[in-house]
Design a binder for this molecule. Structure first.
Ligand code: TXA
Ligand code: MG
Length: 334
């Protein structure tokens, strides 16, 4: 079992960082917090170390990983081309929850990009992530620190439960603040395309770049972008069957179909349904950012209750809820 070490997010312990950085330089795996979710880090320039990430997660080798940097200058060293739009986005949103896909530099290992011509790069804002990248002096490959296709971790306990026996060190800085994975935008070809919805909504990117950006909803993923498996329909899934309900009126219909002996859990936001059920009911915040912050922790909790079905009140169909609706849609995909 790997060790979990507590680290102060605002004033990370230098000795602990040095130890973590040494592990990473030695090709080992270290889980660390970012402002979105916990990442499973390895030296992004070492193919063998990145191979250990794939092995630990059980991740298909067709799914590329993100390289994390601690400056825009470091990002530029990893790419073959850096368009003007990348500068605009970096100035506006880095450090932060934005991942940019760009033509890969020749020294970026094939395993990082799953053999493809592009590399995904993010400069995270979390002080521990930044300090750790700086301490190693390396770009860190870091997918979310969960087994492949499971719910992403927003707490160190989630990491320990899913991967604890497969990693060398978990840096525990408490729950992450944004709660869902970064927005991914592909700038490697025009028109630009959002590959994954996240904390930054499309309107923010469009307003800055002053141009059209394409994206697809979780329900209609075209085959040409299945190359980015974050777009796979089944992803971020609890083990428990999950049903999404758009209108409270549909609830009765669903409940009729469920057998009387089933244990049902609820992820609710505004509805007050099935009042007899006390445990297994989680009431979520009404605002999109606060909801996102708590979403995975709520799913982790419901998933550990040995329920037969999780019923989810779908939040509104508006732009600010795109990322949350996307994750819920994937969580419910069979
Ligand atoms: O917030 C985040 O992005 C977290 C934290 C740890 O930084 N990381 C994360 O990594 O969510 P991961 O591996 O779980 O998701 C990365 C997503 C996947 O959907 C992957 O397919 C996509 O980014 N991706 C990575 N490299 C790509 C590339 N070169 N082209 C297209 N998509 C890429
Ligand atoms: Mg992931």
């Amino acid at each position: 079992m790997g060790r979990t070490a507590t680290i102060d997010p605002n004033n990370p312990d230098a000795l602990l960082l040095r130890e973590a950085a040494q592990l990473l330089r030695d090709g080992r795996l270290v889980a660390f917090p970012t402002e979105t979710v916990y990442g499973l880090g390895a030296n992004g320039l070492d193919s063998e170390a990145v191979g250990r990430i794939y092995e630990a997660k059980g991740r298909p080798n067709t799914n590329p990983v993100i390289l994390h940097v601690s400056s825009t200058a470091q990002a530029k060293e990893l790419v073959a081309a850096w368009p003007e739009e990348a500068d605009l986005l970096a100035e506006a949103f880095w450090p932060g929850p934005l991942t940019m896909v760009l033509p890969k530099g020749s020294h970026v290992p094939e395993i990082v990009t799953a053999g493809g011509p592009t590399v995904a790069i993010r400069f995270p804002a979390h002080p521990v992530a930044r300090a750790l990248i700086e301490a190693t002096g390396l770009p860190l490959a870091a997918p979310s620190a969960n087994r492949s296709s499971e719910i992403s971790p927003t707490r160190a306990e989630h990491v320990a439960k899913s991967l604890g026996d497969r990693i060398d060190l978990i840096l525990d800085a408490g729950p992450t603040s944004m709660g869902i994975e970064s927005t991914v935008i592909d700038l490697s070809k025009e028109p630009f395309r959002i590959l994954r919805f996240g904390p930054l909504v499309p309107e923010q990117l469009k307003a800055l770049l002053k141009r059209e950006i394409l994206w697809n909803s979780a329900a209609e993923v075209p085959s040409e972008i299945l190359a980015s498996p974050g777009m796979l329909r089944k992803h971020y899934s609890p083990h428990t069957a999950t049903l999404l309900i758009d209108r409270v009126g549909e609830f009765e219909k669903f409940i009729d179909r469920i057998s009387a002996r089933e244990r049902i859990g609820y992820l609710l936001r505004t509805w007050n349904i099935d009042p007899e059920v006390e445990n297994g009911k989680i009431l979520m915040p009404t605002g999109a950012a606060e909801y996102a912050e708590r979403l995975y922790d709520a799913l982790h909790r419901l998933d550990s209750m040995e329920l037969d079905t999780i019923i989810v009140e779908m939040p509104p169909d508006s732009e600010e809820w795109l990322a949350v609706r996307d994750r819920l849609t994937r969580a419910a995909a069979k």
